[in-house]
Design a binder for this molecule. Structure first.
Ligand SMILES: [Zn+2]
Length: 151
């Protein structure tokens, strides 16, 4: 559950974009999130959508999942997990922007206190995801789209 703590921070393998590449959004949806709440040491789990718009470098798509795992496998606070992921992408890829949205259920909320299994949504937006309304709207629509696992 906490393997991310002992793991060395990894370096993303990146590739240069083609010369005639026009920046557009790269999105990975339905990434499983399995983590442990840092306050109560109880699980929280859900799904993440991770996106970025490359500037000069791309990374392998599966690496976006790997980044989520790396930061999730340790006691976490969902808000911080979300911004850890965009921070890492910005640091390693210097993209035009990045966005992460996580929806998760927290067992600490479902099993104690209000005993209500709500879904918590957190998002972190950087660069054009924050400053450009069109980009933000495209990302938000994709991140909230349901049932895309049909194939
Ligand atoms: Zn908690």
């Amino acid at each position: 559950m906490c393997s991310g703590l002992g793991e060395k921070k990894f370096k993303l393998t990146t590739f240069p974009v083609a010369k005639n590449y026009e920046p557009s959004m790269v999105v990975l949806q339905h990434i499983p999130v399995r983590s442990v709440c840092a306050h109560h040491l109880m699980p929280f789990y859900g799904e993440a959508t991770v996106a970025y718009i490359p500037d000069e470098r791309l990374c392998g798509l599966s690496k976006l999942s790997r980044i989520v795992d790396y930061f999730a496998r340790r006691p976490q606070v969902q808000e911080e997990l979300t911004s850890d992921i965009t921070g890492f992408i910005c640091e390693q890829l210097s993209p035009l922007g990045a966005g992460v949205l996580i929806k998760a259920t927290h067992m600490c909320m479902a099993m104690r206190g209000v005993s209500h299994a709500g879904i918590m949504t957190t998002s972190s937006l950087k660069g054009v995801f924050l400053s450009d309304g069109t980009v933000r709207a495209e990302f938000t629509a994709l991140a909230h789209a349901e049932n895309l696992n049909k194939f």
